[in-house]
Design a protein around this ligand. Structure first.
Ligand code: SF4
Length: 56
């Protein structure tokens, strides 16, 4: 649920994402999708936020 435009269930520090709350380290989307670019993910570096969008 969004509170003051941010989703307090999704903390995020990627502030060059178009969906970052900017003033706070939260996402502004209702939900995100997490995925991987690896065939066999074994550490956190293998995971990606697939909802990321580069801010223009
Ligand atoms: S979409 Fe992903 S990367 Fe972008 S602010 Fe939300 S959680 Fe962070």
């Amino acid at each position: 649920m969004l509170v003051n435009g941010k989703n307090e269930c999704i903390k995020c520090s990627i502030d060059n994402c178009a969906y970052h709350a900017k003033t706070d380290d939260y996402c502004t989307l209702e939900q995100i999708k997490v995925g991987t670019h690896e065939k066999n993910p074994v550490k956190k570096e293998c995971t990606d936020c697939e909802s990321f969008k580069n801010q223009a």
